[in-house]
Design a protein around this ligand. Structure first.
Ligand code: ZN
Length: 388
């Protein structure tokens, strides 16, 4: 993939934070690295004699983040939090808020503690398609270990405090200097360095390595199939009924969407979960699959969503049980946003997901996080807060 760093542009930025904004925007410009609010970045800087972590604020996009989108949090507080055996989300959020040197800044990213733990000035985190595609394949662990021998590889753990604390334990007697980065299985990748350019370069190099592997082992080609007839307006009516609100529908019939919708065993193939956990708050875990009877398909979706909710819920309130997108056999993919913008965001995420799923199948099969892990992510307060 292309390295977008330009020395002449970078030379305009004098402070740690300015340069942090620059390379965050570069990461955000590559949609094969992050999409719509995905990923996060940080820089550690001394302010009035105290070490401060400037970390991406929740709700900001890397592509457009500005200095005010970074949340300044005292490193000492974050490192104390990492060592705790337990920390509730409420305590984490209020503790971090109290440790912010500017209370008007946004809430720090849910990964702030993990960023603090990495003992390098600059930390970059993305959900790079190529890395998660390989990681979400049946032999993902084996491929990742081979491709990234000098990375710390972490099995899937829910983001936030639990993940940070696990990495705290894993790295207590750890040689960070010989560690080139971190791969979080089914989630993404971290690179880091004391220099902003080096950290960015390491990200581009690592992701390029994963892309090369896929270009050798998981090549996609699409035939020129024509979509079949389908009453998409009727679908819209049924989904609006199920959702209880109006939607702005978007139909995707690109060669990719058509190939995806024309797979054999469509139901099984297209319901294997999200590419990276945070997508779930937008897409839900699975789409509506329309094979033959439309009415029955919508009813079945809602019933299965309710069963999934009841299986894992403790005291949560059920979110809207209707689908956010559909895969219609031999027709294509249909997105159901509340606005045109939301439908476009969904479309972007699903396009990347479809490519990853088809490629992972070339590697032997696509495999995402478990139902239980999906539920925990979908119903995590700190994720739902991002939609507000
Ligand atoms: Zn992430």
């Amino acid at each position: 993939m292309e390295n977008l760093w330009r020395a002449d542009e970078a030379s305009k930025y004098g402070t740690d934070l300015e340069l942090r904004v620059y390379s965050s925007n570069l990461l955000g410009r590559s949609d094969e690295l992050v999409l719509h609010g995905g990923g996060n970045t940080s820089v550690k800087s001394m302010v009035d004699g105290e070490e401060i972590l400037f970390v991406k604020g929740s709700g900001w996009d890397l592509v457009s983040i500005k200095a005010e989108g970074f949340s300044p949090v005292k490193m000492s507080t974050l490192l104390e939090m990492a060592a705790l055996d337990e920390l509730s989300d409420t305590d984490m959020v209020s503790g971090q808020k109290a440790a912010m040197t500017d209370k008007t800044a946004p809430n720090p990213s849910v990964e702030a503690i993990l960023h603090a733990l990495i003992p390098f000035k600059v930390v970059d985190h993305t959900h790079a398609d190529a890395v998660v595609t390989i990681s979400n394949s049946v032999d993902g662990e084996k491929h990742i270990a081979k491709l990234f021998p000098n990375f710390l590889v972490v099995p899937y753990i829910m983001p936030g405090f639990i993940l940070a604390h696990e990495i705290f334990k894993m790295t207590r007697d750890f040689d960070w200097d010989s560690c080139e980065g971190i791969i979080l299985h089914n989630h993404g990748i971290f690179t880091f360095d004391d220099d902003a350019k080096n950290s960015y370069d390491k990200m581009i190099e690592a992701v390029s390595k994963a892309e090369d592997f896929l270009n050798k082992n998981a090549v996609l080609s699409f035939s020129d199939t024509k979509p079949t007839e389908f009453d998409v307006e009727r679908l819209k009516v049924l989904v609006e009924e199920a959702k209880g609100c109006e939607i702005v529908m978007k139909v995707n019939q690109t060669p990719l969407a058509l190939a995806y919708a024309s797979q054999e065993h469509l139901y099984m193939k297209a319901t294997r979960g999200v590419l990276t956990p945070e997508h779930i708050i937008r897409t839900k875990r699975v789409p509506l699959i329309v094979n033959n009877n439309l009415e029955t398909a919508v009813e079945k979706y809602v019933a299965e969503y309710k069963a999934y909710f009841e299986k894992f819920a403790k005291d949560e309130m059920m979110l809207n049980p209707a689908p956010n997108y559909a895969v219609v056999k031999n027709f294509g993919v249909v997105l159901f946003g509340k606005s045109e913008k939301e439908s476009n965001v969904l479309n972007d995420i699903i396009e990347h997901t479809m490519t990853a799923v088809l490629r992972a199948d070339k590697l032997g099969g696509y495999e995402s996080i478990s139902l239980k892990d999906s539920f925990e992510m979908e119903y995590w307060e700190l994720e739902q807060a991002k939609l507000k």
